[in-house]
Design a protein around this ligand. Structure first.
Ligand SMILES: O=C(O)Cn1ncc2ncnc(NCCc3cnc(NC(=O)Nc4cccc(Cl)c4)s3)c21
Length: 278
């Protein structure tokens, strides 16, 4: 397999298959490594699009360095990377059932047993990441893929960093998943520094979106900001009391008061729906 291949890779080593999707910065293709027949996903980033010297090339380098020493069943593996004159290539584990958000949109919302199993897998992956002092910072359905056996794979560490962190680059994209300490930086006294507990908030938003089919603070930009800052959300009555309890224990303004990941895995709602010993 790929990880005991020679470290240097090049494009000629791969047969390129069908496009898997079109991300913001580039396309992803199914690929097969010729000598071993190993199937993987190849993400192609065009250097021209990554403005030379901008934060993005550094971001890709940091992602590669963070990702290359992560090994967990619910984290999409990056086996390596290489580049030619115009492009950077990321060699990634292929997620056989594609993007989680497409499943969520198609099913509208997940049944509680499925949502609980997904949350348990996310908690397991986040515990692993936090033990390595990695904060993902961008946990949302768009960054979660589904493996061939239906298991979740956190992917796209383009925004992950080592904790604790002081953010400089402005975040773009949806605000829905950002915690209060990242949308109103001066709330915690010192300027926008934060730690792994941002991923706890995002896990709460994810749990809500799995069960309800939309994010808890979804609104206009200004209103989303305000509602996040006040943790102002309503949980529909069809959500079970146990699930409601977990959401309310994660979507807490004070990062130190959010339910820690080991307690998430022991929560009655998770225990009730998850098969023992995964
Ligand atoms: O292709 C799809 O749309 C869905 N799909 N379907 C199956 C499948 N199997 C594996 N991977 C997929 N997609 C790639 C997921 C990524 C993982 N890691 C990334 N890292 C990254 O993009 N980094 C990055 C980019 C640009 C700038 C910066 Cl700063 C960082 S993207 C798959």
């Amino acid at each position: 397999p790929l990880y005991n291949q020679p470290r240097q890779f090049h494009l000629g080593m791969f047969e390129i298959g069908r496009p898997l999707g079109k991300g913001k910065f580039g396309r992803v293709y199914l690929a097969r490594e010729r000598s071993s027949g190993f199937i993987c996903a190849l993400k192609v980033l065009y250097k021209a699009e990554l403005q030379h010297g901008s934060g993005v090339e550094k971001q890709v380098r940091r992602e590669v360095e963070i990702q290359s020493n992560l090994r967990h069943p619910n984290i999409l593996k990056m086996y390596g990377h290489f580049h030619d004159s115009k492009r950077i290539f990321l060699i990634l584990e292929f997620a056989g059932r594609g993007e989680l958000y497409k499943h969520l949109r198609r099913e509208n919302r997940f049944p509680e047993w499925k949502a609980a199993q997904y949350v348990a897998q996310m908690a397991s992956a986040l515990r692993y990441l936090h033990r390595k002092h990695v904060i993902h910072r961008d946990i949302k359905p768009e960054n979660i893929l589904v493996g061939i056996h239906g298991e979740l794979k956190i992917s796209d560490f383009g925004w992950s960093v080592h904790a604790p962190n002081h953010r400089r680059t402005t975040l773009c994209g949806t605000l829905d998943y950002l915690p209060p300490e990242m949308v109103k930086p001066h709330g915690n006294g010192n300027d926008n520094s934060y730690d792994e507990k941002v991923d706890l908030w995002s896990l709460g938003v994810l749990t809500y979106e799995f069960l309800v089919g939309e994010a808890p603070f979804e609104d206009t930009m200004v209103m989303t900001h305000r509602r996040i800052a006040r943790a102002d959300m309503t949980i529909p009555s069809f959500v079970s009391p146990e699930a409601r309890d977990l959401i309310k224990k994660l979507l807490v303004l004070d990062p130190d008061k959010r339910l820690p990941l080991d307690a998430v895995q022991q929560h009655p709602w998770i225990i009730k729906h998850c098969v023992k010993g995964e």
